[in-house]
Ligand binder design. Structure first.
Ligand code: PMP
Length: 359
């Protein structure tokens, strides 16, 4: 089979140019006569890669100098434990904003380590809205506030940054690098890589340096942000291949015009798809218009008995991984940076044709 348009929520599509570069370098990376997977992470070539990746990412996101950039393992889920272990003492309270399944998971995990105050929870609305911040009930002594700017499953995205007095901790796994962000408004930003950064296995964390010393003393060494910030993220043997791919993705992103260009393209792609859904009586999206995600677009068919046929025919057309998350049903198109505008146009054409013939 030739390459397909991949709408997976994660692991997600990678840009073709990135994959081609990997293919060309796999037997001999930078004249070492080895693949990058076989090269020591302490080698001159790999240290250069690590430094370049950080330098490029700092430029792409305009990360201020008083923030550390680290690449631990463990994915976003590990950060759900690392946040309370690095920012709270037992008995402290942390605020959690729950606007989807991932935020809920983060709150459950944190409750093992500190007290959690659920400032807002939209599960009774099936995660289809984001209540105005003035209605949240935050704890005045909270040591941080955690939220999920983009909820991958329900397709709900904040279009503003919450205002807090306490450090803001954001799980940006599914919308990092999709648009510019004002990093200085955050205490900590974390993201699993397997959407807009690279393959699973590496995690990005951006932390305000002031917060690096707050870890509780019995936190495992491998779970303190500080240990990574002091060792170029080489607290132990890092996931070198995933890091290598992330470095190439950052270079690709710069060639595309950075996150500013991505934001325009992502705006166009998502608008087209939402317009197609909203104009039809056959497809629908339940999320309030003021908080629809530009990355993950769930939609249901008016007749759920056609779901299987939709998936079968779309797959045969080269449009894959459109099945919605089991908790939502229907379909979900994840249209991260590597999903081209052409892929979205092809999906919309398919949807029109399916509705015309089966609707
Ligand atoms: N948070 C969000 C918003 C996610 O989308 C995901 C994965 N889909 C996770 C956390 C969990 O990420 P990981 O598998 O890297 O732990």
């Amino acid at each position: 089979m030739s390459r397909v348009y991949n709408f997976s929520a994660g692991p997600a599509a990678l840009p073709l140019q990135v994959l081609e570069k990997i293919r060309n370098e796999v037997l001999d990376w930078q004249g070492t006569g080895m693949s990058v997977m076989e090269v020591s992470h302490r080698s001159k070539q790999f240290i250069e890669l690590a430094e370049r990746a950080e330098f490029n990412l700092r430029n792409i996101l305009q990360i201020p100098d008083d923030y550390s950039v680290i690449f631990p393992q463990g994915g976003a889920t590990m950060q759900m434990s690392m946040a309370p272990l690095n920012l709270s003492e037992p008995g402290d309270t942390a605020d959690y904003v729950i606007t989807g399944s991932w935020g809920k998971k983060a709150a459950v995990e944190a409750a093992k380590f500190c007290k959690t105050n659920i400032a807002v929870d939209t599960s009774d609305k099936n995660f289809t809205c984001i209540p105005n911040q003035s209605t949240w009930s935050c704890n005045e002594n909270a040591v941080y506030l955690h939220y999920t700017p983009n909820e991958t499953i329900a397709g709900v995205e904040f279009h503003y940054i919450p205002k807090t007095k306490t450090p803001l901790v954001a799980d940006m796994s599914s919308n990092i690098l999709s648009q510019p962000i004002d990093v200085k408004k955050f205490g900590v930003i974390y993201a699993g890589a397997q959407k807009n950064i690279g393959p699973a296995g590496i995690t990005l964390v951006i932390i305000k340096n002031q917060l690096l010393n707050r870890f509780r003393k019995n936190t495992p060494h491998l779970m303190t942000w500080k240990s990574y910030s002091e060792s170029l993220s080489m607290t132990n043997t890092p996931p070198t291949f995933a890091w290598y791919v992330a470095d190439i993705v950052f270079q690709w992103l710069i060639e595309q015009g950075g996150v500013e260009s991505m934001a325009l393209i992502n705006e166009r792609k998502s608008k087209k798809l939402y317009d197609a859904i909203d104009r039809s009586n056959f497809y629908s999206n339940p999320v309030s218009k003021d908080c629809r995600s530009k990355m993950n677009i769930p939609f249901i068919l008016a007749d759920a008995s056609l779901d299987e046929l939709f998936l079968k025919q779309s797959h045969a057309t080269g449009l894959t991984n459109l099945k919605g998350h089991r908790s939502v049903g229907g379909m979900r198109a994840s249209i991260y940076n590597a999903v081209s505008e052409n892929a979205v146009d092809t999906l919309i054409e398919f949807m029109h044709e399916f509705e015309r013939t089966k609707g």
